[in-house]
Design a protein around this ligand. Structure first.
Ligand code: TXA
Ligand code: MG
Length: 326
């Protein structure tokens, strides 16, 4: 099977994609963060095909996507008084809440956990699909397990084109890094930094929020130390890039945060012409994929500050850098 690429703004394409979901097929769709690989959350066999397509370990739970917060009760318990205000403030948007699950949600979605991750994505194509299908949609990022997440429809076709029936094209994802995952199943804890800055969540909840450290025995595989990785080894620089690559080194690519006067690198990507975290986040995964395809031996990445979206950017770079190490 090879995927059909359909325009996400076309109502006929949305109707067709919704029908595919309802008969147990897979649809890749854009969200504001990254493209998702969706299956009907109440169809365990369809969800199993998502794991198969991604070669994803079955212990890894999926995020359930909803058309609106009213759908929450179908999949999770929203009894916690913190849920409503967070949903009102941040949904639709790049925040995933981990909450106690409802019994009806299949085990394969939650990987057998007593909790479920849920979010309402802020993308017109995703919302149109969720409304048309009228069912919660379980969707991980639409990339092979461990690889860089997709931020364009072409990224999805490149790596998963054989595994999905329809890819809805919504252009490049505006946020560019995945949702922030906040667990409210116990004491509030950020399981993965992402599109909603920690500072905004702390302000909304009125308490400091610890961030779960990356580990090799995570409760969420997004916490895996080596994840979001290029095949090419990646190293994070201590500061601004040197004007030239290290003498005598093999072919080296540069991932610069802001514009830099450099020469001699085999490839250069600048994440933020304007120096902003938002621009850098939106460009991050596409730039990593281009450098990974440039045939170099090493990618050197310039670090950025760790406030706001900078936290998620540095988190993804550190995990990519960890992947090549023993
Ligand atoms: O922005 C996003 O969140 C994108 C778009 C498509 O919505 N999705 C995404 O999904 O990044 P995925 O599967 O690539 O990453 C979801 C992370 C995984 O690390 C998973 O382990 C964690 O969320 N997760 C899901 N449900 C969980 C739960 N009940 N408890 C803890 N972690 C959970
Ligand atoms: Mg992922």
């Amino acid at each position: 099977m090879s995927a059909r690429l359909l325009p996400g703004r076309d109502p006929a394409a949305i109707a067709e994609a919704a029908a595919v979901l309802l008969r147990g097929g897979l649809v890749a769709f854009p969200t504001e963060t990254v493209y998702g690989l969706g299956a009907n959350a109440f169809e365990p066999r369809a969800v199993a095909r998502v794991f198969e397509a991604k070669a994803r370990p079955s212990f890894d739970p999926l995020i359930v996507h909803l058309a609106d917060a009213a759908g929450l009760e179908q999949v999770a318990s929203a009894a916690d008084p913190r849920v409503r205000p967070l949903a009102e403030r941040f949904w639709p948007g790049p925040l995933t809440l981990v909450l106690p699950r409802r019994p009806g949600i299949p085990d394969i979605v939650t990987a057998g956990l007593e909790t479920v991750g849920v979010r309402v994505p802020a993308h017109p194509v995703a919302l149109a699909l969720l409304r048309a299908a009228a069912t919660p949609v379980a969707a991980p990022s639409a990339n092979p397990f461990g690889y860089v997440s997709p931020t364009t429809a072409e990224h999805v076709i490149d790596r998963l084109g054989d595994a999905v029936e329809i890819v809805l094209d919504g252009g490049p994802c505006p946020v560019g890094v995945e949702s922030t995952i906040l667990s409210l199943a116990g004491p509030p804890l950020i399981l993965r930094p992402g599109g909603v800055p920690r500072e905004e969540l702390e302000a909304a909840l009125g308490c400091p929020l610890p961030v779960a450290p990356p580990s090799d025995r995570p409760t969420a595989p997004g916490q895996l130390l080596a994840h979001y990785a290029t095949h090419t080894p990646l190293r994070i620089l201590a500061g601004r890039p040197a004007p030239r690559p290290p003498a005598g080194s093999a072919r080296v690519a540069l991932l610069a945060f802001r514009p830099a006067e450099v020469e001699g690198y085999a490839a250069v990507e600048v994440l933020a012409d304007d120096g902003s975290f938002a621009t850098a986040a939106a460009n991050l995964f596409a730039a990593l994929r281009r450098l990974d395809a440039a045939g170099v031996d090493l990618i050197l990445a310039e670090p950025c500050g760790e406030t706001g979206l900078g936290h998620a950017i540095m988190d993804r770079l550190r995990r990519a850098a960890a992947a090549g190490r023993p």
